[in-house]
Design a binder for this molecule. Structure first.
Ligand code: NDP
Length: 515
């Protein structure tokens, strides 16, 4: 077992020794593999002071200087991919493939994307105005770094989720304090070391390991908070941010529907349903979590999915190619999964594959397919966050859309049909931040597209222009180059000038019709 105090800057050690450590467990074995400091509110306040002191120099690096560090980090990730994958696997219990594809692949792309695109997204915008009084003036919209950004991350993707937000926040010229989940802090500590090695100045990115209280303390010190996690905690963070009048961006839970129409390529649809429900052992915010299938193809689709899911291997990942489904990372999640399956069975659902926790060391749940399900069951309405796939028969596309939208969540969604025009029309009716036709989750990899949730799935978005502009405050700049000594409307007020202005307004704005 290792302690990872050495990852923290010297000045943290007082706080570290004063606080009890948090044990980090390997969910696939149950072994404790490290302990990390449980930083209290005082330590967070000290970190915030250091971050504020470091910010002006980091901003002065400019886009090119900051991009150089990020591009070095991109190369570092690729050179050290095996080590990063091992770290992620050890603290999440996910498969090597899940770590490689959705974490290394994402981070490699993200470091390069934001290094190359940040300047374009944040360049001064020259604005043209129809307002007569500003004709001839220079009008600019400028994005300036907001200062100190707090990022709070969940345990399911310790690299992708947390650094997917840290990278644009840093590229915008901010300093960042990242609070990783207490369950998965090791990847963040490793990456912070890596970034220092790549030239990131001291205190520009700090990792505040700790529990929920550490996250709450962080919200009290930053200029903007980026939170990824459950809707329940997201509401608390939003309330605290509102009290401090700081912006909050929230990426929260989901219950992503998939619709399979009778003209769909059933083999593709079944493969997608199997992969995106079981990938990362179902612990992915944007995925496939419930399926609605049109009557004529229901039996064939269900048979295909059940056969594919039964063939999946679940257990401790021993390297690439050893299992398809890894561990349940967060201990309480296993109880939620069991509760949702039991609730469905109690209300008449049938299990076609899986349905049990694995005995022995580590935390595993069999890949599970359920049928005869409906919206009275938690498995269809609440976020299960496990390797479960409930499939429901529907009359037609309209019923599928209605049931898909019958949720307080609205993160991702998918429609499968050979008629892509109809698929797109259905996608537009889905109340979700993302809708894929004949695909699933792929939108997350397109960093040019916004990724954010509708309804209780979030506020704001990551990726695209909005994914970096949210880390900035906007400043409007107006430059008057050649001005008169006095403007027409200024003192003293005279009836003649007021009549003239009234006539001018009428001319400009009064020519429309009322009916
Ligand atoms: P939680 O909401 O439990 O925790 C998220 C983070 O918030 C953790 O770091 C947690 O610390 C911290 N935290 C807990 N309490 C507070 C508080 N009062 N103030 C500030 N921070 C606090 O979520 P999970 O970690 O369980 O993550 C799973 C959830 O995340 C799922 O609902 C999933 O859908 C969602 N998610 C959403 C994504 C999206 O992009 N929309 C992506 C990935 C996940 P600690 O862990 O130490 O308690």
């Amino acid at each position: 077992m290792a302690t990872v105090e050495q990852h923290l800057p010297e000045t943290h050690n007082g706080a570290v020794s004063a606080a009890a450590g948090i044990p980090v467990e390997n969910p696939a074995t149950g072994e404790i593999i490290a302990t990390v400091p449980d930083l209290g509110a005082d330590a967070v306040a000290e970190m915030a002071a250091r971050a504020r002191a470091a910010q002006p120099e980091w901003e002065a690096y400019g886009f090119e200087g900051r991009a150089r560090v990020m591009l070095r980090a991109q190369k570092w990730i690729m050179d050290n991919a095996a080590r990063v994958v091992e770290t992620i696997v050890s603290e999440t219990g996910k498969t090597y493939e899940d770590a490689q594809l959705a974490e290394i692949g994402y981070a490699g792309n993200a470091f390069g994307f934001w290094a190359n695109e940040a300047q374009g997204y944040l360049a001064d915008e020259h604005v043209k105005s129809s307002q007569l009084l500003v004709k001839g003036k220079k009008l600019l919209l400028r994005y300036r770094p907001i200062g100190l950004v707090g990022v709070i991350g969940p345990w399911n993707y310790p690299l992708t989720n947390s650094f997917g937000d840290c990278i644009p926040a840093l590229m915008a010229g901010n300093t960042v304090i990242l609070k990783p989940s207490e369950v998965t802090p090791l990847t963040s500590l490793l990456l912070a070391d890596a970034l220092r090695e790549c030239g990131l100045p001291e205190d520009v990115l700090q990792i505040a390991t700790g529990r929920g209280e550490t996250g709450a303390a962080l919200v009290g010190h930053v200029d903007m908070i980026m939170f990824t996690g459950s809707t329940r905690t997201g509401r608390k963070v939003a309330a605290e941010a509102a009290a401090r009048l700081i912006p909050a961006s929230l990426e929260l839970g989901g219950k992503d529907p998939m619709i399979v129409l009778s003209d769909a390529d059933l083999e593709r649809a079944a493969n997608f349903a199997t992969y995106y429900s079981m990938q990362n052992a179902g612990q992915t915010c944007i995925s496939i979590e419930r399926v609605y299938v049109e009557e004529p193809v229901y039996d064939e689709f269900v048979a295909k999915v059940a056969e594919k899911v039964r063939a999946l291997r679940v257990g401790k990942p021993e390297g690439f190619g050893t299992v398809e489904v890894g561990a349940i990372t967060f201990p309480p999640q296993l109880e939620i999964i069991k509760d949702h399956v039991q609730d469905a069975l109690d209300k008449g659902a049938k299990v076609l594959a899986g349905g049990h926790e694995l005995p022995g060391a580590g935390r595993f749940y069999e890949p599970t397919v359920l049928v005869d399900v409906d919206h009275t069951m938690k498995i269809m309405t609440e976020e299960t966050f496990g390797p479960t796939l409930p499939i429901m028969r529907v009359r037609d596309a309209d019923e599928a859309v209605e049931l898909s939208n019958n949720s307080h969540y609205g993160l991702g969604s998918s429609v499968f049909t050979r008629d892509t025009k109809r698929g797109e029309a259905i996608a537009r009716r889905l109340e979700a931040g993302a809708a894929n036709v004949n695909d699933a989750m792929i939108n997350y990899t397109v960093l040019e597209l916004p990724m954010g949730g509708a309804k209780a799935s979030g506020l704001g978005s990551r990726h695209g222009a909005g994914g970096i502009r949210k880390y900035c405050s906007q400043q409007a700049i107006v430059v008057t180059r050649m001005g008169m000594k006095k403007e027409l409307f200024m003192y003293p007020y005279r009836p003649r000038t007021s009549r003239m202005l009234a006539g001018l307004f009428k001319l400009l704005y009064g020519r429309g019709k009322r009916a």
